[in-house]
Design a binder for this molecule. Sequence first.
Ligand code: ATP
Length: 386
Amino acid sequence: MASIVLKDIVKKYGDGFPAVKGVSLDIADGEFVILVGPSGCGKSTLLRMIVGLEDITSGDLEIGGKRVNEKAPRDRHLAMVFQNYALYPHLTVYENIAFPLRLTKGQFSQEEIDRKVNLAADTLELRDHLERKPANLSGGQRQRVAMGRAIVREAEAFLFDEPLSNLDAKLRGQMRTEIARMQRRLGTTTVYVTHDQTEALTLGDRVAVLKKGELQQVASPRGLYEQPANLFVAGFIGSPPMNFLPGEVDGGTMRLPFAEVPIDGPLRERIGDRKLVIVGLRPEHVEDAALLEGEKIAGGVRFDAEIDVTEWLGSELYAYIPFDTHPDVAAKLEELDRDLDGEGMRTQVIVALSSESDVRDGDEAQLWFDPARLMVFDPETGENLT
Ligand code: ATP
């Protein structure tokens, strides 16, 4: 096993615009790191450079403390697990796992191959399936065979490129748990590429968020959710996504489309002389005031909302509330939506209420939030001021 260190890595395809613009990242031995971002952000390019399938234009790549920029893929001792697992359909599970050992042409005796395959099969709970063909395995078992192949090679690290993107939602959930379980058991350094923020949050020790070839933030899943560095990360992490509202600052208060909130202390200082900010409000931080105790209500802000449409999901109730944004933040929010692959400008707030709520389509409802939960962003740079 090994650490993987990226130092100011740049990738230019031909004379084009750089696909990766100076990414630095330290991945510790045994760590599980996710590279996440919307389509085209450069995450697959980064992974392909690590594994050696793509040249590095500039910067240094170190594996286990040694610079490997010029090393051939096979000399980097990494194992790439692809979307389709690349198993041989005509070979048994045993032979699929043994395959990389047989390729070394006599380096391993049959006894050694036997021992290594059986050890991998034990670790991956595949012992009872060794004689089966891939067609007779579940998706999760196939994934484990692919990992088994990586284990017998004693790879320094596992690299996954969107391994679950072709699966339906249920299977994706199962496989996600499986990968997490196996990675923890094996303790192998793992780099995993995905565009799916749920995978990023549930799998990784740390998550690196990329936008247009640039690293935006590297943090634990909780760190990204609670303390996003900027509008992009705030909008990317969380489902349904964070609402962004204009906040007009006037002395010690901030006027949102639905409510006024007091601002004081360090936040007031960080807002400085800005007259207009972008305010982030997570859907799950808004509650139906009718369901709250008086004491809790007093600690937050109540506001009247004209509900457009509701969606009852069993566990939650989503309600949509149209609003007019401020013309001076509209362009920034449109740009953000484009970066996030969103659809059109954000002209409605979505709130995730308790499924007990009686709020229905067309209602005038009283909602509630705790202003301490709001995030405040610079309207020009998008930096989180909170
Ligand atoms: P996706 O999730 O859609 O695969 P990604 O985040 O993995 O996206 P990359 O595939 O790394 O992104 O691509 C990053 C940028 O580099 C994109 O603008 C893409 O068009 C460009 N690119 C990728 N491969 C090549 C190539 N072989 N030649 C030229 N440009 C490329």
